[in-house]
Write a protein that binds this ligand. Structure first.
Ligand SMILES: *[C@@H]1O[C@H](CO)[C@@H](O)[C@H](O)[C@H]1NC(C)=O
Ligand SMILES: *[C@@H]1O[C@H](CO)[C@@H](O)[C@H](O)[C@H]1NC(C)=O
Ligand SMILES: *[C@@H]1O[C@H](CO)[C@@H](O)[C@H](O)[C@H]1NC(C)=O
Ligand SMILES: *[C@@H]1O[C@H](CO)[C@@H](O)[C@H](O)[C@H]1NC(C)=O
Ligand SMILES: *[C@@H]1O[C@H](CO)[C@@H](O)[C@H](O)[C@H]1NC(C)=O
Length: 476
């Protein structure tokens, strides 16, 4: 990363701290620089170069559409509409949890192949001021099955009851409106409809076309109209998501937070420990080979493919001004779940699930510097999660490079495969290495699991939505 970009973001953030100048320090606007840097000196320097800095920041925004200067907050999802709905919620004073709820309802509209009102999921909620272990709310369990309310609604209602600040209705209405007015069909959605023969659900769609969904819109409006009192009454003890504390481990001087219960979290941490043993300092052919070896070993040793199912996955990453970091992953057992459409305009997920799914929310923070990098993202499977974490932490890659880097997959029969279509590709050396293991290189066709990330470093915020998911992050 060039130093111009770092300067631009740092100062842009300081500009947001202008109220400090009047002597009324707004404690609500917690800033990492309050703790890490000697405040006033830093601000004076920043003011001297303000004009230059704004120009540079604007140029960067023009040239790197994806890289943004974000002092307030950011939301990254598989759909630009849904990222925007999330940041609108932040703008209205909602916290990162409110934003994640609103964005997830939106994904139930815009990415119906991946998630929906009957989807399951997990949220990881961490606050970097208290730095306590994060909380996990898991609404994958059969507990959350009710004939009165779809599972995702119950799960998010519970999250809202525990952590939400804005009225429930405000979190749903934007998605009801999107379904009403229509959203732009993504290439991924159009592809999956063809590949999973789901034309009877949505018809054959063209990427870029506008798709309205009046039935779902009406369902969402009805759910939005439910008073919070009534809504929470559905969450009796028999219909509650499972709340637990996340677990923490250390990887190359980063704290790694993941869920424990019924998730791949604990096994992911084992793989990270295996990778850390090598003391790698960069991502190159050596470290990539070791990551392949270690991951294969861990899949085999822990029977990962027997224990977990790789269902669909779509992740929302969000951070707010109060240092709440959130990763919320939802999905179904298969694309379009069971393929059965309800009269309310959403598909039902598969009922006879035999294993828990492998999607996982992750938060990383620098173990030594409070204002070092802090990252929230979601992944699907140990292979994907381990590679992204290694890219970000060992490789020190920025959010774009860390997420867009090529990935290998571990197929259900335990062999390694690489992406057929995604760019950039692995180096020829690594491809040869994989070829040597199996005598040939297996490739997986699109679509690929996406991973969306928001990262803070000092007070700078950057975010990236994986091109594999077709989204764009939003920030303000
Ligand atoms: C990420 O880092 C690469 C260099 O490794 C650089 O080319 C790119 O511009 C950076 N992107 C952002 C968004 O900072
Ligand atoms: C939701 O409530 C609004 C007024 O608060 C009403 O106009 C609308 O018809 C209601 N919609 C549904 C689907 O219940
Ligand atoms: C990594 O570093 C540790 C501690 O310095 C050392 O004990 C270990 O042997 C190193 N591992 C490798 C593979 O070099
Ligand atoms: C689950 O049910 C579907 C039909 O609804 C069936 O095709 C599938 O084989 C079943 N799967 C298992 C694991 O029982
Ligand atoms: C594993 O599965 C892939 C894809 O289904 C197949 O091409 C490959 O031959 C299988 N490998 C083994 C060792 O069974």
């Amino acid at each position: 990363m060039s130093s111009t970009e770092i300067n631009a973001t740092a100062s842009e953030t300081t500009r947001e701290d202008i109220p400090l100048k009047s002597g009324t320090k707004q404690s609500k606007w917690y800033s990492c620089s309050d703790e890490c840097l000697t405040g006033s000196k830093f601000i004076n320097i920043a003011f001297g170069t303000l004009t230059v800095v704004i120009t540079i920041a604007l140029l960067i925004q023009i040239y790197y559409g994806d890289y943004q200067v974000v002092p307030h907050g950011s939301v990254a999802t598989d759909s630009l509409d849904c990222s925007r709905i999330g940041t609108q919620i932040l703008k209205q004073g909602g916290n990162a949890i409110d934003a994640a709820i609103a964005s997830t309802f939106c994904l139930a509209v815009a990415t119906p192949h991946l998630t929906g009102l009957d989807a399951e999921g997990q949220i990881l909620i961490y606050n970097h001021r208290t730095r306590l272990l994060p909380n996990v709310i898991d609404f994958s369990s059969t507990n959350v099955l009710s004939d009165r309310m779809p599972r995702l609604v119950l799960g998010l209602a519970y999250v809202h009851q525990q952590y939400g600040t804005l009225p429930w209705k405000k979190l749903i209405d934007p998605s009801a409106e999107l379904a009403d007015n229509g959203y732009v069909v993504s290439r991924e959605l159009a592809d999956v409809i063809i590949k999973s023969k789901a034309e009877d659900l949505y018809g054959r769609l063209e990427p870029g076309q506008n798709l309205q969904h009046k039935l779902l819109s009406n369902t969402l409006r009805t759910i939005g109209n439910i008073t919070e009192k009534e809504l929470y009454s559905y969450l009796d003890s028999a219909h509650q998501p499972v709340q637990s504390q996340g677990i923490k481990s250390n990887f190359h001087n980063y704290d790694v937070y993941v869920p424990s219960l019924a998730s791949i979290g604990p096994i992911l941490l084992v793989n990270l420990r295996e990778i850390e043993e090598f003391n790698f300092t960069k991502i190159d052919i050596q470290s990539n080979k070791a990551i392949v070896d270690s991951t294969l070993y861990v899949y085999q040793e822990f029977n990962v493919n027997d224990k977990f199912h790789e269902g669909t996955s779509t992740s929302v990453a969000a951070m707010d001004l109060d240092e709440n970091y959130v990763s919320l992953v939802t999905g179904m057992y298969n694309y379009f779940g069971s393929g059965e459409m309800t009269l309310h305009g959403y598909v039902l997920d598969v009922k006879n699930k035999t294993k828990p799914c492998s999607r996982i929310p992750i938060i990383l923070t620098d173990s030594f510097y409070i204002c070092g990098k802090r990252m929230a993202f979601g992944a699907n499977g140990i292979a994907q999660a381990s590679q992204i974490i290694s890219n970000l932490v060992i490789g020190g890659q920025n959010t774009t490079d860390g997420i867009e880097a090529p990935r290998f997959y571990v197929l259900p029969n335990g062999t390694v495969a690489i992406e057929e279509a995604h760019l950039p590709r692995f180096s020829a050396d690594l491809i040869q290495y994989i070829k040597n293991i199996y005598g040939k290189v297996l490739t997986v066709p699109e679509p690929y699991y996406s991973s969306n990330i928001v990262e803070k470093s000092q007070d700078d915020l950057s975010s990236h939505s994986d091109s594999r998911g077709g989204g764009i992050a939003s920030r303000f």
